[in-house]
Ligand binder design. Structure first.
Ligand code: SF4
Ligand code: SF4
Length: 199
C-alpha cells in the first residue's frame, strides 16, 4: 500500500486512500481512491481547467493501474473523462473515499477532506491487491458549522439533499471553511465561474 501511495503521489496525487469494496464490486477486493486538489488543477491551467482535470485524473488512474499490473494484481478504473457518459459513472467515489478515511460527508452532502474541504476531485482504481482499510477519520467540522446550509440560496440543504432545488451555484463548495486551500481559493476572482468550469 505504501508503495502504491508513494507512486501515485509522485505522479501528482494529493490524497491516496485504501478500502475494501466487495459490497460494490465482488470481483475486486479493494479500492485505491486518488484525490487531487481543485485549486492545484486550476493553477496548472486557468484557461482550460476541464481538459487539465480530465487528463490529470485519467493519467493518475492509468498510471496506478499499470503499477498494480506490474506487481501482479488485477486492476480496473472508470476514466474520469468518461463519467458523464451514460452507464459509465459506476464507481461510488464519495462512499469509497469516506470508507478509506479520506473525508466525511458534510452538511453539503459532499466529501469534506481535512486538507481541501470539499474542493477535491476523486478517481478510483479497483484492484485485487489486498489492503488494510484506512482507520475511520476522527473529524467532524460540521458539528460546529452550518455555513453551507445558511448560505445555500435555495434551501436545498437540510436533513436531506433536495436535488430539485439545487441551481448548481456551488456556494456550498466555495463557502466551506475547511481546508488549507481555502484562503488562496477565496482570493481568486469569479470563483463560481472557475468551479463551473471544472465540474
Ligand atoms: S450548489 Fe448552490 S443551490 Fe445547490 S446545494 Fe449548493 S449552495 Fe445550494
Ligand atoms: S460549510 Fe461547514 S457545515 Fe458545511 S460542509 Fe463545510 S464544515 Fe460542514
Amino acid at each position: 500500500m505504501e508503495q502504491v501511495s508513494q507512486f501515485l503521489k509522485k505522479k501528482g496525487a494529493d490524497l491516496v486512500g485504501f478500502c475494501n469494496c466487495r459490497e460494490y464490486f465482488p470481483e475486486y477486493s479493494s479500492a485505491v481512491i486518488v484525490g487531487v486538489s481543485v485549486l492545484r488543477l486550476f493553477r496548472k491551467s486557468q484557461s482550460d481547467t476541464v481538459q487539465v482535470m480530465n487528463e490529470t485524473m485519467d493519467l493518475l488512474n492509468v498510471h496506478g493501474r499499470q503499477f498494480l499490473y506490474e506487481k501482479g494484481y488485477g486492476a480496473w478504473g472508470a476514466l474520469f473523462s468518461q463519467e458523464d457518459m451514460p452507464g459509465r459513472n459506476v464507481v461510488p467515489h464519495r462512499e469509497l473515499a469516506v470508507k478509506a478515511g479520506l473525508g466525511i460527508i458534510g452538511k453539503n452532502f459532499l466529501v469534506i477532506t481535512p486538507e481541501f474541504g470539499p474542493r477535491v476531485q476523486f478517481s478510483t482504481i479497483l484492484t485485487t491487491m489486498p489492503v488494510l482499510p484506512g482507520p475511520p477519520l476522527e473529524f467532524d467540522p460540521c458539528a460546529t458549522c452550518s455555513v453551507c446550509v445558511d448560505m445555500c440560496p435555495t434551501g436545498a440543504l437540510g436533513a436531506w439533499f433536495r436535488h430539485e432545488k439545487c441551481i448548481k451555484c456551488y456556494t456550498c463548495v466555495l463557502s466551506c471553511p475547511v481546508g488549507k486551500d481555502v484562503h488562496e481559493f477565496c482570493s481568486i476572482p469569479d470563483l463560481s465561474e472557475i468551479w463551473r468550469t471544472v465540474r
